[in-house]
Structures are given as structure tokens and as C-alpha cells.
Design a protein around this ligand. Structure first.
Ligand code: KIV
Ligand code: ZN
Length: 522
């Protein structure tokens, strides 16, 4: 199939903005579409289907804006096999550096008979006319043989031969209803390569829907049999059960290069952020167990798995989360977690317990885990405080904190802190906001170099008088007992969020100082 002049890689045709937008409730405005399109271009997508220009003025404008803005990838507009659709698409694509018109018609008998109410012969004629019409405007014309998955292969071959002869550069073989199985779909693509005499003049594209949960498998079967373009969406969104998910296909091809022997031009490190962007804009959440980009895709819950992953990540992970831009693997503590996972999490939080203390904490942890689905940081801190007590001496005590801030003043904080020998320190500083000012003032007194790596605020009670709970994590800037960047967490609660922030920071700092003193034998 491949012409020696045509590079052999799998082209990624993204239809998030067209088929993806057909997901119920996923409508996007023009600016949102442009934002997603820019990200898709950045990650190396070859073709962006930006919309169906005749369908609405909004779609027309989206295709027009994206055509004007994106200079690297091909921008494509969808049409039915009707001259007016094609004229409007050509107009919307006018500014594109690489315009493509995507036109087509049903090829299955059920579509020809009930939807188009025509005959195979007439449908074939319409198809050829549409491609010729589109070629008057652009050199790149893709033809979709709608419902190819349920069509008579002999008729499909005839249509493909005719549209390629009429000038189609890409032929799209959609499994529109997600009906095919991987073996069947692979055989269909192999059949096209064997039976369509002029197939070497076009690229075969596959477009699989997920009604039976087989979209990714079918799409990959297409690639194995010679398809060199795949039509996908971010997170697999789309009509009914959705389209093939881009991240799944690309990572399968990459991870199993031994099987596919081919590559794409995508930078997978952008998958996670693009997935979140599309989810936020469309309002369609990503299911937690979604492959590659789900919140649980790199989370380990059972003790056996946690033990394995902590010893060597590849025991239970075939993809490094960083390769797809996801947060590092997570150890989720539950009733199924073991000692290794718990100790790891405690150490992450800055708790280094002796054997006996650890066993006590582990026993309590199991009791709590039996009652709750997952045991979070706050639970763990409560368990440790209960079982082991305040195992660090509070070196510095926050007596008073006062801030001035507002839209007309520079946030300024004053703190009064009692030191280890009972002496009182008072200092003040300015910051970008009230919390920043407080942290700077505390740092001026205590002078323990560290980096704030996490800051989160939660309302513990409801309403305007809610108690706010602040959790912080800080990283020691200097090694402690040879260990680099040790992390210490702290939390504080108060009706005043700035005071809660100060308490949380003091908590974490005191723990850091206690660990350093212990390491120095003081
Ligand atoms: O599923 C399908 O057949 C389509 C075509 C319009 C390409 O989305
Ligand atoms: Zn589709």
C-alpha cells in the first residue's frame, strides 16, 4: 500500500471537535475549540477535524478560526456528499495552510435503503460526484464510507475504487455502529488492500465507534492490516458509547512496538493535561479506571501490588506515568494494603517510626481501613498522633499572628513566636498575599530553609463561619541524616484561614526541626 514517497507512520486524525462534540452535552464554544485545537497541534496531531461547517454558524466559524490559526497540521471540515455542503466547507477552510474536505455517504444496505432511500448504483454516482466537486477546491479529499463495518465488502471495494479514481486521497472505513469484532475489522482492511486495485493511491483510515467496547481493539486491528490513519478523540468521547480514544491507540502502538512495528508523531507527555482540558471544557468526567488518563490508571491498592511496585515499578506498571504526563504512581491505602505500602506513605509524610511503634500504627490502620474505603493523610496523622503521641518536641510556638491586606494595601504580616529557651521573637514581612506574608515572617524568625510543595484548604464545617482546615507539605532544603529533600506535612484548623495556614506551617516546620535535631543526636 505504501508508496515509497509516502512516509510509513500512523497519522493521527483527531475528531474531538466534531464527532467528540456529538457526545450528549459536550457542546463547546469557538474559543474553547480553538484552545483544544492549539493543544492538539502542539502534541503532534496530523489532522484536526474542526467541525461540520454547514451544520451551524458556530461550526462554520470554528472551522474558519482554526484554519486561520493552525499552520502545522491539516485542518479538515466534514460534509455530506452534497455540493452545497462542500461549497460551505471549502469557504470555511479557505485560510488553512493544509485544508482537507471530508465527504462521504452510507455504504451499508441499511443506510442506502432506509436513510438515503436510494440504490447502490445511485449512491455510488453521488459519491463520485462529491469527490470530484471537493477536488475543485482542495487537493486533499477524504472519503468516508459510512457504516462500512456492516456493508457488503464487494460493494465497499467498488465504491472505494471509484472514489479513489475520482481523486480521493484518503479513504475512511468507519465502523459507524461499533458492530465489528477485531478479527472481522482487520480482515475488512486486509480485503480492501487486496481487492481495491488503486488502493496504493490513497491512505486507508479507520474510524471505530465503541458500542461493544471494541473501538480501540478494532482500530488497532486496522493498523495491523495496513491502515495508516486512525480517527480518534481525546478520552474517547463521541456519539453514544464514543469513539476510539487517542491516548489508548497511541500508547498501545508505542508500548507494543514489537507487535506494531510502526510509530505516530504524537508527544504522549501531553496526554494527561489534554485529557483534563477536554474534560473540563466538555463537562464529561474521565472515568477513574480509564486507561492511560484515569485517576486510578497508576494507583495501586492491594498489598501485593504495592509491595511489588515499591520494590520495582515495572512489576505492575507497563507505562511510566511520567511518559503520559500523569502524576507519579500512587499508593492508595485501604484494607487491602500491606505494611510496605503503609510504611512508604508514612515516610512520605515525614514519620519514621521504630518497629514497635509502626506495628501499633499498622494495627490501628487496619481497624480504620475496615470501616473506611480509603485511609487518607488526615486519618493517618490522627492514628499516628493517637498511637505514638506527639513524637516530636515543639521547638517554636506561634503566639500571635496579625495581617493587614486588602485591595489597597500590600499584604503584611507580623508574628510573635516563642523559641526553645522561652525567648520571644517578633518579626514582620510582606508577601504576594496574606498567607505568603505570614510564611515569610515565620521564616525570618525560624530560618529553617525549606520549600512549600503543597498547600490545600478545606472547609470542615459548612457556611460562612466554617472552620477551615489547611494542610501543607514542605521539603527540607538541606539533607537530614543523608536523606535529600525529606518531606514534612502539617495541618491546622481555625475559623480564620490565615491563622489555620500559620498553624499548619508551624506544625510542619517543628517536625522538620525535630527530625534534624534527632539526626544530630540532640
Ligand atoms: O461514524 C461515522 O461513520 C462518522 C462519519 C461521518 C465519518 O462519524
Ligand atoms: Zn463517527
Amino acid at each position: 500500500m505504501e508508496d515509497p514517497g509516502v512516509p510509513n507512520y500512523v497519522r493521527i486524525f483527531d475528531t474531538t471537535l466534531r464527532d467528540g462534540e456529538q457526545s450528549p452535552g459536550a457542546a463547546m464554544n469557538i474559543d474553547e475549540k480553538v484552545e483544544i485545537a492549539r493543544e492538539l497541534q502542539e502534541m503532534g496531531v496530523d489532522v484536526i477535524e474542526a467541525g461540520f461547517p454547514i451544520s451551524s454558524p458556530g461550526d462554520f466559524k470554528a472551522v474558519q478560526r482554526i484554519s486561520q490559526e493552525l499552520r502545522e497540521c491539516t485542518v479538515c471540515g466534514l460534509t455530506r456528499a452534497r455540493p452545497q455542503d462542500i461549497d460551505v466547507a471549502a469557504e470555511a477552510l479557505q485560510g488553512a495552510a493544509r485544508p482537507r474536505i471530508h465527504t462521504g455517504l452510507g455504504v451499508s444496505d441499511v443506510h442506502i435503503q432506509y436513510k438515503l432511500r436510494t440504490t447502490r448504483e445511485e449512491a455510488l454516482e453521488t459519491a463520485v460526484k462529491a469527490v470530484k466537486h471537493a477536488r475543485k477546491y482542495v487537493d486533499d479529499v477524504e472519503y468516508y464510507a459510512e457504516d462500512a463495518g456492516r456493508a457488503d465488502p464487494a460493494y465497499l471495494y467498488q465504491v472505494l475504487n471509484a472514489v479513489i479514481a475520482a481523486g480521493a486521497t484518503v479513504v475512511n472505513i468507519p465502523d459507524t455502529t461499533g458492530y465489528s469484532t477485531p478479527a472481522e475489522f482487520g480482515a475488512l482492511i486486509a480485503g480492501i488492500r487486496d481487492e481495491v486495485a488503486n488502493i496504493d493511491k490513497a491512505i486507508i483510515s479507520v474510524h471505530c465507534h465503541n458500542d461493544l467496547g471494541l473501538a480501540t481493539a478494532n482500530c488497532l486491528a486496522g493498523v495491523l492490516n495496513g491502515a495508516r490513519q486512525v480517527e480518534v478523540t481525546v478520552n474517547g468521547i463521541g456519539e453514544r458509547a464514543g469513539n476510539t480514544a487517542m491516548e489508548e491507540v497511541v500508547m498501545a502502538i508505542k508500548t507494543r512496538r514489537d507487535t506494531f512495528g510502526i510509530d505516530t508523531r504524537i508527544d504522549p507527555r501531553r496526554f494527561y493535561s489534554v485529557s483534563r482540558l477536554v474534560s473540563e471544557i466538555t463537562g464529561i468526567p474521565v472515568q477513574p479506571n480509564k486507561a492511560i488518563v484515569g485517576a486510578n490508571a497508576f494507583a495501586h491498592s492491594s498489598g501485593i501490588h504495592q509491595d511489588g511496585v515499591l520494590k520495582e515499578r515495572t512489576t505492575y506498571e507497563i507505562i511510566n506515568p511520567r511518559d503520559v504526563g500523569a502524576p507519579d504512581s500512587a499508593i492508595v491505602l485501604s484494607a487491602r494494603s500491606g505494611r510496605h505500602g503503609l510504611r512508604h506513605r508514612l515516610e512520605e509524610l515525614g514519620y519514621e517510626l521504630g518497629e514497635e511503634e509502626f506495628e501499633r500504627v499498622y494495627g490501628r490502620f487496619l481497624e480504620v481501613a475496615d470501616k473506611k474505603k480509603t485511609v487518607d493523610t488526615r486519618d493517618l496523622e490522627a492514628i499516628v498522633a493517637d498511637e505514638v503521641g506527639m513524637f516530636f518536641q515543639e521547638t517554636y510556638h506561634l503566639e500571635q499572628v496579625q495581617v493587614t491586606c486588602g485591595n489597597m494595601s500590600i499584604p503584611t504580616a507580623t508574628v510573635r513566636i516563642t523559641g526553645p529557651e522561652g525567648q520571644t521573637f517578633c518579626d514582620a514581612d510582606r508577601g504576594t498575599g496574606p498567607v505568603d506574608a505570614v510564611y515569610r515572617a515565620i521564616n525570618r524568625v525560624i530560618g529553617e530553609p525549606n520549600q512549600l510543595t503543597e498547600f490545600s484548604v478545606q472547609a470542615v464545617t459548612e457556611g460562612i463561619d466554617a472552620v477551615g482546615r489547611v494542610t501543607v507539605r514542605i521539603q527540607a532544603a538541606e539533607p537530614i541524616n543523608g536523606a535529600l529533600r525529606r518531606v514534612f506535612s502539617g495541618h491546622g484548623a481555625d475559623n480564620d484561614i490565615v491563622v489555620a495556614s500559620a498553624k499548619a506551617y508551624m506544625f510542619a516546620l517543628n517536625r522538620l526541626i525535630a527530625a534534624r535535631r534527632e539526626a544530630q543526636g540532640r
